[in-house]
Design a binder for this molecule. Structure first.
Ligand SMILES: Cc1ncc(COP(=O)(O)O)c(C=O)c1O
Length: 395
């Protein structure tokens, strides 16, 4: 049976053939001959070209401020741990992934209490409604004299709800706050312009909407935030080798150690594919499938077979849909979908426990379906039919 892959929020699959070809070509023809020789593009030219592509895609100020890491988790660790100091306060949404929350918890950040010690790092959660959308009106009263930044996921990896970056960016700009965005579910899917949205640090991961291999990610900084972030990882950069001190210039300040060059070659190819296709076209395709799925789910919901978690329409969302059911255990349901129908989904808390507390699905979690560029309307129908069969006739 042909697999129906509906777990694109975890990682997109398949990748375009050009991505696989580019990784293979890099390893077999370019990688052995870094920055010299007979290859059409040296590694340095390749890396420069990808920084330029990313800078254009995200509306960055300067391609030298594009830094490569292995994924967005590493990027957020570098930004959060390098930026925050004793006594700082930050705002996060109630929908954050652990890629934001665990670095905060690790540096000892505590949920704001009025009696917190003055030197503690503290955070407050901006409430979200039962659809996962930010309650913007609560923002002004959450800001404190020591608030330094808003750190926010652009779209929920649990229910797909997109947060209002334009309003948040303007708010940060007006209140002198740094604006840090987790674009894991939106890079390559929704347009993002750091300059018009007033984003100071944009973290991205390559293997989701950017359609690159796993193991390549990064972040883009605005000039004004660079000096405020202390690098987390230091070491050899191939520059200023006469000194044991880390260079202050970009991107070397944050790029110690050998980069994932095959991953960057794959990212080059995937960004080129995205440029050729146009991200708007892929988004339209994914949202068309999402709407078809939501329409079918609403019929099943009317028959009391399941509940849609989050928004029921396609405004302000990406192609990520969660459901719950009272009929059976969702982990078993996911197993049957995989085993009997070859449908790949994801079940549980999706590394975002507080998002489930907001959506009312904690601690069980949800069964998540997420659509990608390669999915078809036929596959959506098969998934709906499978859900109907299993939930009507039992496991
Ligand atoms: C919103 C969000 N942030 C962060 C991450 C972490 O991504 P990565 O594992 O590529 O670091 C994910 C992955 O699911 C995510 O959905």
């Amino acid at each position: 049976m042909q697999q129906i892959y509906l777990d694109n929020a975890s990682t997109t699959f398949p990748k375009p053939q050009a991505v696989a070809d580019a990784v293979y070509q890099y390893i077999t023809q370019v990688g052995t001959n870094i920055s010299r020789g007979t290859c059409a593009a040296s590694s340095e030219e390749l890396v420069f070209a990808v920084r330029e592509q990313l800078c254009r895609l995200f509306g960055g100020e300067d391609s030298k401020n594009v830094v490569f890491t292995k994924n967005i988790t590493e990027s957020l660790n570098i930004i959060i741990k390098g930026l925050l100091h004793s006594g700082d306060h930050v705002l996060v949404s109630a929908m954050e992934h652990n890629a934001v929350m665990r670095p905060l918890q690790q540096i000892g950040a505590e949920l704001t209490l009025d009696n917190a010690p003055a030197d503690a790092i503290t955070f407050s959660r901006i409430p979200c409604n039962e659809e996962g959308a930010l309650c913007l009106d609560t923002l002004p009263q959450l800001v404190r004299p020591n608030t330094k930044a808003i750190i926010m996921t652009h779209a929920s990896n649990v229910c797909g709800t997109v947060q209002p970056l334009a309003q948040l960016g303007s708010f940060c700009h007006e209140h002198g706050l740094q604006f840090i965005v987790d674009s894991a579910q939106t890079a390559g899917v929704l347009p993002i312009n750091m300059q018009t949205l007033h984003i100071d640090a944009l973290a991205f991961t390559g293997h989701k909407g950017l359609l690159a291999p796993q193991g390549i990610g990064g972040f883009v900084l605005r000039e004004s935030i660079i000096d405020e972030i202390t690098p987390l990882i230091v070491g050899g950069t191939g520059s200023l080798s006469h000194t044991e001190h880390t260079p202050h210039f970009m991107p070397d300040k944050f790029e110690a150690g050998t980069l994932n060059l095959p991953g960057i070659a794959g990212l080059h190819a995937s960004l080129t594919c995205l440029q050729q296709q146009g991200i708007g076209k892929i988004l339209t395709h994914e949202l068309t499938l999402t709407q078809q799925f939501l329409d079918g789910l609403q019929q099943l919901e009317a028959q009391k077979l399941l509940h849609i978690v989050g928004k029921r329409d396609c405004s302000e969302r990406v192609g990520v849909v969660s459901i719950s059911t009272d009929i059976t255990d969702i982990a078993e349901l996911a197993f049957i979908l995989a085993d009997k129908y070859a449908i790949a989904t994801r079940v549980g808390l999706h590394c975002a426990p507080n998002a489930h507390k907001t959506l009312g699905t904690y601690p069980t979690g949800t069964l998540r379906f997420s659509f990608g560029w390669h999915n078809t309307a036929e596959e959506v129908n098969v998934a709906l039919q499978a859900l109907k069969e299993v939930l009507t006739h039992g496991l």
